[in-house]
Design a binder for this molecule. Sequence first.
Ligand code: NAD
Length: 518
Amino acid sequence: MKTMELVSPKILISFNPSTGEKLAEIVPDSSKDVSLKVKRADDAQDNWKNLRISQRLESIRRLHDILSRESERIANNLSVETGRPLQESLGAEILPTLRGLQFLCKSAPALLKPIRAGSHGMFAYAEPYGVVAVIGTWNYPLYLNIITICQALAAGNTVVWKPSELAIHSALEIEKLFELAGFPDGVVEIVYGDAEAGRLLTRADCDKYVFTGGVQSGRSILAELAKSGKPSVMELSGNDAFIVCMDAPLELAARSAVWGRVSNAGQSCIAPQRFYVVQSIYESFLNRLRVHLEALRLCELTPLRTEPARQRCHHLVREAVEHGARLLVGGEFDTQKPGFHYTPVLLADCNDSMSVMKEDLFAPVITVCPVMNEHEAVLKANSNPMGLGASVWTNDIVQGKKLASQLKVGMVSINDVLMDASHPEVSFGGVRSSGFGKLRGAQGIAEFVVRKVVAEHSVIGFRRHLFPYFPSAAELLKSAATIRGAGGWRSVPNLIRSAIAWQRQFSAFKKKTGENKP
Ligand code: NAD
């Protein structure tokens, strides 16, 4: 059974990972197509930028309303391409997208207002970058792409979007949404294709790049962008630690662990992956995980997106077992169903040297590692170079906050998994190998504007008026500097003296040259 195929004459086809049904096919864009689309976005930018913000938000509101009206049909379309239950498409894509768009429409006017820069008639205006390129992934094809695109649009940019080759059916649906919402021509252009189309886009002349995907692809893109010095936001892979303290609410932690790691087949960048559990509650926590995982046998679960992903996951689980991990649940190809199903796995006694712990697994595998105490858990959590998110489980909120502050990640939740705690109104992003910059929330909007400072009446003129310099000018500036320190008022007489001296020298200079200072 296939997932995606590139057939002659180079046609990309997307398949349903649960059934193998063919969903959509498309001819990838050529280099000429990509240049043309970027040019169309560039040509449309001035008119779009010159609209009032309320007019731009009007189109976004229409998009929101269509999405709300047609939520079930759209969720079904997302589900067939990801292979996941309808509830996951509704709960994890449609609802947060609607909420994110509402937040955008409500907050953008205030967030995009000019801000005062200093106290002397200087303002920083929110100017769009121009054309923003968005290169996206497939695991949440609606939510992860639409809010980013709309934030860029609200700020006055036009967008060229390259959806994932594993989500072209969903992308065609999203393209229709933009058409129905009545965005002007060229405001949102879509480049179809695989990594090659993405590479063409990174070489095109866009003004800012937003990438969501794996660390390796992100680094290749950064290397390409370094040649032109283009700014970017990088939302890359995660490998989130899940720290279970001695006093954790164990039942809540176990249920959340299973939901966090198994929904969407673990294919969420902020799914918990490395479970560090304090020794004294280790077996008890494992038992609870086992019970919750076994109960899932009766439920509809999401398959892995591709066969290579399933093979990789199986290989890593086997390898961990060979290196001493205990396989407590799952780890088989689910042959009862068509598609790339893999029974959720519980692996105990893992350690950080195992690939299953080190790599971004993107699969329904819970890897548990015992630790002596919370301090050791934090050390181990921070030993992985990725820094997207983490969660801490404890009934002591003070200890929870302390541990959260010690974790080298972009986001932490206490007694929650980030997939529930991360919210479209809150900015999202990692640190270290997991990337930089923020998407969504207020900081997400800020990523799409350049704060251009316009000095309407500036004190810089003070120095210009002192030119050409007389010795008294240095005295005057020295007094101005000391006045700013503690007890600086004692320098006021000095300031007055040097100002008078400067005025005299300046008058003499004017007499000599006959010049009139403005
Ligand atoms: P991927 O890196 O293979 O591809 C992502 C996108 O980039 C696709 O559209 C692809 O065609 C394009 N691409 C790949 N190589 C490229 C290159 N050299 N130049 C330009 N474009 C290129 O990742 P994926 O398999 O689509 O997604 C899974 C990864 O994404 C996981 O590692 C996951 O953790 C990560 N992810 C991160 C976030 C986040 O917000 N941090 C969200 C979702 C997924």
